[in-house]
Design a binder for this molecule. Sequence first.
Ligand SMILES: [Zn+2]
Length: 321
Amino acid sequence: MGYTLKWIGTPNFTPGRSSMVSEVTIHHAAGTSLASVDSVFLNPTSRASSHYAVQGNVVHQYVSEVNTAWTNGDGVLRASSNSRAITIEMVNSTGAPDWQIAENTFETTAQLVAKTLKTHGLGGAVRGKNVTWDQMYKATACPGPWMLANMDRFIRRVNQILSPPVVVPKQSPGIATNSANLVYSAHVQGLGWCERVRDGQWAGTKGFSRRLEAIRIDTQSVPGLRFGMAVHMQSEGWKDMGEVSPTTTLGSTGKSQRLEMIAPYIIENKTGRRLMFQVHMAGLGDSKAQQVTSSIPLAVAFGLGTTGQSRAIEAFRMWLT
Ligand SMILES: [Zn+2]
């Protein structure tokens, strides 16, 4: 993302405008070199210019947006639609007959159009209204068959840049390891208590920068299994929560405190299976999966997560194997 803007200038323009800016007009350069666009526009006898030309992530500017460029193919000195347009030349990546546009040129132009629509208060991109193209004004192939075929995608991309889709954080538990029926749930920043998951499914979120604040585990769902848990909470440090029951809140709610590390310990395990656990940490991703082996409360050396790094656990899972 992002592009570099370089001022080139041109003698070919009309000072000022006779209309408010109401559209951006797309052209193709009918050529594969930004340097040759520069030389045409720097030549006064060409009587041609545009506000911008784009190749890759480089944008050249020739005419100030307050002035009228001579780009669109209609009117005296092509001044008719030009008086209300910001005009952009897209340098091609291939020649006739397709006149393709490289994806990075396409993307940079979409960013430039989005910025221009925003600057001039023109709202979202509307095909043929505030985003226009040369062929609307003149019998010409410009902006070329490739760009015309991709115009809808271009408009969508501009609108996506103007208002990126809202991503709603949610739990994505994945598939359970088995049906041992070890059930647990996560209390997540901004989401509260999430839906209960089980047997190696992830409780909490990944990739949304949401701290895990508390865990509840339905220990009664697995006969013969009793365990305790120590938790390391933001600003409170280590705390042994004792034996975990279905009503034990491991962590805190309503305090905006992240869980940073957890250390379960076995009290009794008559299941004949190993109790495993794993955490997902902000910035570090998944920890290793670890068997709960210690039977000592506050066995912090056997915990997963971090301390002293202000780093949140974001998701947690547990399973019998
Ligand atoms: Zn054109």
